[in-house]
Design a protein around this ligand. Structure first.
Ligand code: HEM
Length: 292
């Protein structure tokens, strides 16, 4: 009996990865969506026209993910962030960000598992996703650790600013770009600081990979463009006229995403920041680092 769930999950995951591999191959041989036609016809955001942005009100539910909060802030998910079904999250993430059907199913399905909920039958509030060390983890780029701030629903603006200001790339049109190397550098610093300051710090391999994967969406889905990331990360708002930079017909697959996520993860070197982080420890009491 105890083996049924892990075996069923392993079979389900193997099915998703095979399907994902197939979609990755089809993406290679199928023409890309045309610029300004990436968001599907009939979906909010078609032609870059996003529904009205309304910041969250007192009592609304928000989480540590800027992408899901933005969906609620535009009313693509319920504006109060409550009573959402997992398939609703899958469908809106897929159409808005052009994640592949496999990726858009895999992450919400994983979230349902960590919350001990049924993907098909149960509902959740966005804040439920902040179950610590489910997907939410320490040393995030945009939030202080759960030990210091229990409500993970708002960006920590000093971190966001530091990340945006660290952008070192530029494209042919002169747009300033965040690069995978910038993400690795900022992650290295965040991990060193959290390890030094947070008395409850934890970050296992799966959470390191979640961290690098989440961060990598900024250079894939957003193409690293600082002009778009400013409103996405600070206000959790989709810029007017914006569309996903992923133009493949079946979206960003799990397989095609791995090289970027691995590049970010392998580029992280905490040791470069360890001495600096230790010297900025606020004290033995576990106070947040005032420099952060
Ligand atoms: C498919 C459903 C999704 C779920 C269930 C989900 C969930 C989460 C959670 C729980 C976190 C917090 C991780 C942490 O502690 O740092 C997070 C962070 C994040 N997510 Fe999502 N997410 C989803 C889709 C997306 C999409 C589509 C994007 C991009 C377009 C995205 C971009 C990010 C970013 C940039 C972070 C912040 C990483 C950081 O602070 O280090 N997510 N997500």
């Amino acid at each position: 009996m105890f083996l049924v769930t892990p075996i069923a999950r392993a079979i389900q995951d193997a099915g998703v990865f095979s399907w994902d591999f197939g979609l990755t191959l089809i993406n290679f041989v199928t023409p890309s969506r045309k610029v300004e036609h990436v968001t599907p016809a009939g979906h909010p955001g078609e032609g870059g026209k996003w529904p009205e942005y309304i910041p969250p009100k007192e009592g609304d539910s928000r989480c540590s993910c800027p992408a899901l909060n933005a969906l609620a802030n535009h009313g693509i998910l319920p504006r109060d962030g409550k009573n959402i079904s997992f398939p609703e999250m899958t469908n809106t993430v897929r159409a808005t960000y052009n994640f592949s059907p496999t990726f858009s199913f895999f992450v919400p399905n994983y979230a349902a598992r960590t919350l001990n909920k049924s993907y098909g039958k149960d509902r959740f509030d966005l804040a439920d996703l902040d179950f610590h060390n489910g997907i939410e983890h320490d040393a995030s780029l945009l939030r202080e650790d759960y030990h210091f701030v229990k409500d993970q629903g708002k960006p920590h603006l000093p971190f966001v600013r530091e990340l945006l200001d660290s952008a070192s790339g530029k494209d042919k049109e002169g747009n300033v770009l965040l690069t995978p190397a910038d993400l690795s550098r900022f992650s290295s610093k965040r991990r060193a600081e959290s390890r030094a300051n947070n008395p409850e710090f934890s970050l296992d391999l799966s959470h390191k990979m979640f961290g690098s994967s989440n961060a990598s969406t900024l250079v894939t889905i957003f193409g690293g463009r600082i002009s778009d990331l400013e409103s996405f990360l600070i206000e959790e708002r989709l810029p007017e006229g914006w569309e996903s930079r992923i133009r493949e017909p079946f979206g960003l697959t799990i397989a095609s995403f791995q090289p970027t996520a691995l590049k970010v993860e392998f580029g992280i070197d905490e040791s470069k920041y360890t001495a600096e982080a230790s010297s900025t420890v606020a004290g033995e009491s576990g106070e947040p680092n005032p420099a952060a």
